[in-house]
Design a protein around this ligand. Structure first.
Ligand code: PAF
Length: 277
């Protein structure tokens, strides 16, 4: 397993594999590798001959006051976890992806505008810009993203379509702890008490889905779930919505292919999750 730090080496390795008739799948990450990432890597391995995992904590997707400085940076442990799970062909760990004077960004609209786009307006500009840069450094055939960040996946699909990028985007279902909490690097921030409470978010999404399926009006089901979450000890609810899975528009009633999307604070941690009906 090579660990590469430079764009030139990474691009050359990708092109050499492709010239030999092999396909390449990129797994973009910010490190702090957990079972969710390992599932992405395993799925990538089934799809392509070569798998590259990028590890880069991207500053432009954090705003001032967010957790950029504290975000876990654990390259050695990440490499060990990937190796223990069967490895990949290369890890791309650039020290910096932005030259001095960097002044060009991708500003996605469309599916980027709702939910995270409202509460973290800088976020998708940072994500789209870094993902496009990664696709340039690594001209892979495929890239794979987790459905945990479902809106991110939708934004990337939209960017690939709108900018005619020559890459196929693959998605992998959410991996959950046994108690239902969706895996996330930020779960490390939860206190012991909050960690116990955190799975209630998944339980409430399931309960809301059941109620909607049984005929409870969508608005009433969402409102009662939010009330219960706050009563249970959760903090600010950024959103707890039913939306169409493709265009991410709000669904006022049960329609085919819709999902509950949630972002909610628990202590100092912001949990995000989604659940297909
Ligand atoms: O999902 C993530 O870890 C990041 O948003 C990504 C896609 C690697 C871009 O920095």
């Amino acid at each position: 397993m090579k660990i590469l730090h430079s764009k030139a080496e990474m691009t050359a390795a990708t092109i050499a594999w492709q010239a030999a008739g092999e396909t390449v799948c990129l797994v973009p990450t910010m490190g702090s590798i957990h079972q969710g990432h390992l599932a992405l890597i395993a799925a990538a391995r089934k799809t392509a001959n070569r798998v590259i995992v990028s590890i880069y904590v991207n500053p432009t997707q954090f705003s001032a006051g967010e957790d950029f400085d504290h975000y876990p940076r654990t390259l050695d442990a990440d490499c060990a976890a990937i190796t223990a799970a069967g490895g990949c062909d290369a890890i791309y760990a650039p020290a910096n992806m932005y030259d001095d004077g960097h002044a060009t960004s991708i500003v996605p609209a469309g599916v980027a505008l709702a939910m995270e786009g409202q509460t973290r307006p800088h976020f998708f500009t940072g994500v789209a810009t870094i993902v496009l840069k990664l696709f340039t450094h690594i001209p892979a055939n495929f890239a794979i993203f987790g459905e945990k960040d479902y809106q991110q996946l939708a934004v990337i699909r939209q960017m690939v379509r709108d900018l005619d990028l020559n890459i196929t985007i693959l998605a992998q279902p959410i991996i959950r702890e046994a108690d239902g909490l969706a895996l996330s690097s930020r779960n490390l921030y939860l206190s012991a008490a909050d960690r116990k409470l955190a799975p209630s978010l998944y339980a409430e999404m399931q309960e809301t889905a059941n109620q909607i399926a049984k005929g409870t009006p969508v608005d009433a089901a969402l409102t009662s779930a939010k009330t219960r979450l706050v009563k249970a000890g959760f903090g600010k609810i950024d959103y707890f919505d039913l939306r169409h899975s493709v265009n991410l528009q709000p669904a006022e009633k049960l329609v085919p292919n819709c999902r509950i999307f949630a972002a909610i604070w628990l202590g100092t941690t912001r949990l995000i999750d989604n659940y297909a009906l």
